[in-house]
Design a protein around this ligand. Sequence first.
Ligand code: ATP
Length: 217
Amino acid sequence: MKSVLIIGLGRFGTHLIHKFYDLGDEVMAVDINEAKVQEAMPFATSAKIGDCTKLDTLKTLGIKNFDLCFVCIGENFQSSLEITSLLHDMGAAKVISKANTEIHAKFLLKNGADEVTYPERDSALKLATRYSVDNIFDYIELTKDTAIYEIPILESWIGKSIIKIDARKKYHINILAIKNNNNIQALPGAEYIFRTDDHVIVLGHNADVEKLLKKMD
Ligand code: ATP
């Protein structure tokens, strides 16, 4: 169980709170706006109204006790930077700040953010990648040229085992899981025999996965 501080209860901060609540983590929610704090209360372990650009407000929160501190303020660039920097100076274990623009992200990283999340850009990249090619069902970017993909199998794989198709050598991909409808078999053994309608969840370089996808055209 993690102890999480979420500052800023806009749409993004609220999604975070709901997810951490579902995961059973301990969440403190803070916003300058009372109504936002009221809305978050049922999903938070504790909630506070306060202006987090003020050192006094942050001091009352016990910053060092949190495993993660999220700053979820996009519109007010100045406040987001100030809060990120204060959290860092106060010894927060990990500060993750939300950015609305590339410049915002750069400033946050230079001013104390350990990590920056840029949700609008990230989900746009993911959607564009997924829909620009017909056969990508899901996609998680790991580095600029490596990702985890959910893709269909080649027709020629049906009835053959993983070892027989020699995925690593022939296609330079690692098969992490097999998905059929909504059933997932993680880390399938080499003897697994592919079935009609199987999807594979693979880790690979983008160029290698693209080559494999071209064989499906
Ligand atoms: P969204 O996640 O909805 O896209 P956003 O990126 O547009 O949000 P804002 O609406 O600017 O971000 O701010 C998010 C929340 O942060 C708001 O609920 C706002 O009241 C709160 N907030 C803004 N400044 C402060 C502050 N100094 N201290 C605490 N909370 C603040």
